[in-house]
Ligand binder design. Sequence first.
Ligand code: 3PY
Ligand code: MG
Length: 255
Amino acid sequence: IDSFAQRIRSSEGGLISAWIGIPDPLFVNHLAQEAFDAVVLDMQHGVWDLGSAAVGIGQGRLAGKPVLARIPVGDFAAASRLLDAGASGIIAPMINSASDAVAFAKATKYPPVGERSWGPTLALNHTGLPAAEYLTTANDATVAIAMIETRAALDAADEIMRVDGIDGIFVGPSDLSIALSQGATVAPDTPEVDGVLKHLVARCRAHNKFACVFGSNGERAGELLKMGFDFVIAGADTQQLRSGAASAIAAARRI
Ligand code: 3PY
Ligand code: MG
């Protein structure tokens, strides 16, 4: 688990993560049994609060899986608290400028990179590290991931990637498609969006940052890995739950 940051930073790529919005730590317990490389708890559009997320992080660790959290927009205080609870990484939505990225890095990295405040009680329990060693290793052992999903973010992508403490980016293709169409449509897998995704992967390579992206199902996740993304989502919990249920009903009706 604590080598996850090293894995995602290396060029090995090919990481596939679960994505959970239903705020029950037992969902983490179940999904972590599958061959996912990580689990993301979505606190932006999902329904987790800090207490349920802290227990969810523990359930991931029980199953040997690193747990990351996506915070609500601009809630950088939550970013620090989730790292304190043992999250392996934080995904911050709607990072639209270098100054957004600096504020995010401040909350997630200890000095001299940032201003993260001391108090990683659960993280110390989970990692088993002495405080002094946690302090000097946490900036490298956890990852701060900036979401690029607006026109402003696209324009500022190079500056965002250059911010000290930002380890990688996560592209939100749905919001990006809304931005590109000026609100006319949500279409995360058009050739226009794919062109932007390829461009951002290339910019990540140039800046030596890793690239993550949301894929709405397994097939899309496979395409995104082929495009060069290092870390992909293969659909959300709600969609996986419902498509499993729908296919069971359809199979029963076919007999
Ligand atoms: C987006 O596609 O906009 C996301 O934030 C991923 O869920
Ligand atoms: Mg989004």
